[in-house]
Design a protein around this ligand. Structure first.
Ligand SMILES: Cc1cc2nc3c(=O)[nH]c(=O)nc-3n(C[C@H](O)[C@H](O)[C@H](O)COP(=O)(O)OP(=O)(O)OC[C@H]3O[C@@H](n4cnc5c(N)ncnc54)[C@H](O)[C@@H]3O)c2cc1C
Length: 596
């Protein structure tokens, strides 16, 4: 069923030529020993594992789905998932970027991030099991007590146990302030937790011996709304002090959802009937602790979008060279065949290049953010750590929403490349479109990400974080503005930078008069910022490619052509988006709800 080959060349280009990851890591004492060879080796091994072990299970996992046994409350994952997970654990992959104190390998997140791209390309549904574990690991690592960390982290790091995030309830998803699950304190310091959670990814399965649920609930007398939420660690099996498994905790799967895509991942209704749990991060501080998990997951969802765009592109590309239909408008290109391969047609190229450009732009963008995260956590200079933290905070909602919106568009274009065959399950393309759709919804819908960007990250600090990022873009523009060969990239980048500044100020002013202006502008605004970031990276990539286009390595010719396509065909969308964002709340809010 199709193919997946890890895009090592482009990953290495981003790591070594664009971001100079090795030099950057040298500044971080924890990662100073990491060199290009280590990075390349991990990527190569990751490429083998993902294409040889995970990818062959992608289509079959989608067809088979997960099965729930109502009497035993157990969930069976698709054939081969469990065995692949065993191989993953035995090879030490879960430990890649984890803390050596708990058995981790301590590699930088920027490498782990690329590994996640590959896993998501190969099999998003499968990847969600370890992906959630990694989020639980990060949350416990940041907010767990020393005892919790000593008992749980080694098991999450080794992959023996997996993790979940249990936030959503049937009446609340976005607005977690309304959640009702209750936690009653017990004499021994634990809590009895009661409630029902829905849509819990990887909530129950047969891949690991224990599952560590991180559950949001309310303490008795807790303040109303989001200020009264606490976070609890609720294991499926209560562990003994030595890590062996004790009693079964009453947190069970009542059903799994029938859904549009990611069929290989179990989306569970979880019932807590007086389950034993332990508080993380203190009373009423649950959302604060959970945000660590949510931020990891938001970047992770961006990687899901990137992974799917890459694999859809690879398959569409093969098809366009193989499938023959009609003749080229500019004359026969394959006279020995009864028709030309469809890659000769301009619009087929537009679809392919859309996916190619979104993939390469997103790879540069995500790797950059992951590197900033490594610097935020490990740079010896406090000011650098703070600047990096600001950038990560600003760009996280953009990674999540911009890349997953693009993935939805790009996987759909790749399906279209196949004509009717794209719509037929046998070719695998329709699965990528279905799988891509959830990424725009969970971890906070893309609308919520847009509100986070414009409301919290930009307007609430008077644009300070955006200005800091803008200063980097400006420095690049000034450094290269005199280079005529680069003007086709620099001029539109500079123009967009100016427009983003003006747009931000305009929305900020309007928001003083009417807060609905923020909600009305947020979605197009996030896309404009996404394009600004993407254009910044494409301009840098074009600069490298221009310098090396005659080197004989066709990679640079291809990179340059992709950058030109991006500036000619995708970036101009910003003109429309800016008009939309500026058009205000009036046309949206004029109609009374009962007149719709
Ligand atoms: C397959 C799947 C897996 C999931 N996995 C998990 C998981 O592991 N753990 C977990 O806890 N949850 C999980 N979820 C839940 C997911 O995070 C929520 O579905 C999501 O956050 C949206 O919440 P909701 O479905 O209640 O929609 P609602 O919150 O009801 O939103 C409905 C619509 O209103 C919009 N909206 C809401 N508020 C605003 C606002 N202020 N301004 C503008 N628009 C607004 C939303 O954007 C959305 O379009 C999963 C969901 C699915 C489908």
């Amino acid at each position: 069923m199709g193919q997946y080959v890890a895009p090592l060349r482009d990953m290495q280009f981003v790591m070594h030529e664009l971001l100079h990851v090795e030099d950057e890591l040298k500044q971080l004492p924890k990662h100073a020993e990491i060199d290009a060879d280590i990075i390349n080796q991990v990527l190569e091994e990751g490429g083998k594992f993902t294409s040889q072990v995970l990818f062959p299970l992608n289509h079959s996992g989608d067809r088979e789905g997960c099965n729930h046994d109502k009497t035993t409350h157990t969930v069976t994952t698709p054939k081969g998932f469990k065995e692949a997970y065993k191989q993953y654990v035995e090879a030490g992959w879960p430990a890649l970027s984890c803390d050596p104190e708990y058995g981790g390998q301590g590699l930088p997140l920027v490498i782990n991030n690329s590994f996640y791209e590959m896993m998501n390309s190969a099999n998003q549904a499968w990847t969600m099991y370890p992906g959630l574990s990694h989020g639980a690991y990060e949350c416990l690592h940041a907010h767990g007590t020393p005892q919790q960390q000593a008992l749980y982290l080694p098991k999450l790091v080794s992959g023996e146990w997996t993790g979940t995030m249990c936030l959503t309830e049937s009446h609340c998803g976005t607005d977690l302030g309304m959640l009702r699950s209750k936690a009653e304190p017990q004499d021994d310091g634990s809590y009895r937790i009661t409630g029902s959670k829905i849509f819990i990814s990887a909530g129950e399965h047969d891949m690991a011996e224990n599952i560590v649920h991180l559950v949001l609930a309310r303490l008795p007398g807790a303040p109303e709304g989001s200020k009264g939420i606490s976070l609890f660690l609720v294991p499926k099996f209560l562990p003994n002090a030595d890590g062996t498994l004790g009693a079964r905790n009453p947190i069970t799967c009542g059903a799994i959802e029938e859904k549009m895509g990611i069929h290989g991942n179990s989306t569970c209704q979880m019932n807590l009937d007086g389950a034993t749990g332990w508080i993380i991060g203190g009373p009423h501080k649950g959302l604060n602790a959970m945000f660590v998990f949510m931020n990891v997951a938001r970047l992770g969802v961006g990687m899901q979008g990137l992974g799917l765009t890459e694999v859809a592109y690879q398959n569409a590309l093969v098809y366009t060279k193989d499938r023959i239909q009609m003749r080229s408008l500019s004359g026969v290109k394959a006279p020995q065949r009864p028709a030309d391969p469809i890659i000769v047609h301009p619009d087929v190229r537009r679809m392919l290049l859309t996916a190619k450009a979104y993939t390469e732009g997103a790879r540069a963008f995500c790797s950059y953010v992951a590197l900033q995260l490594d610097k935020e956590l490990n740079h010896p200079d406090e000011q650098v750590r703070k600047d990096c933290a600001d950038e990560v905070a600003l760009l996280t909602p953009v990674v999540k929403a911009f890349i997953t919106d693009n993935a939805w568009a790009a996987t759909s274009e790749c399906l279209q490349v196949y004509g009717g065959h794209g719509y037929i399950a046998e070719w695998g393309m329709e699965q990528y479109v279905r799988d891509a759709r959830i990424n725009m919804i969970y971890e906070g819908t893309n609308t919520v990400q847009s509100l986070d960007l414009l409301g919290r990250k930009v307007l609430m600090d008077n644009g300070a974080k955006l200005k800091k990022f803008g200063a980097k873009v400006q420095a690049f523009i000034e450094e290269n503005g005199a280079d005529e060969a680069l003007s086709e990239f620099i001029t539109p980048l500079a123009d967009l930078g100016d427009k983003v500044s003006k747009l931000t100020m305009e929305i900020g002013m309007k928001a003083f008069q009417n807060p609905d202006e923020v909600g009305a502008a947020a979605v197009p605004y996030l896309r404009v910022v996404g394009h600004l970031v993407c254009a910044y990276f494409f301009a840098q990539m074009a600069k490298i490619a221009l310098a090396k286009q005659d080197s004989g390595d066709k990679f640079y010719v291809s990179k340059l052509a992709t950058a030109r396509f991006y500036f000619a065909r995708l970036l101009p969308e910003t003109a429309m988006l800016i008009r939309q964002a500026r058009s205000g709340a009036g046309s949206l809010m004029a109609l009374d709800a009962d007149l719709f």
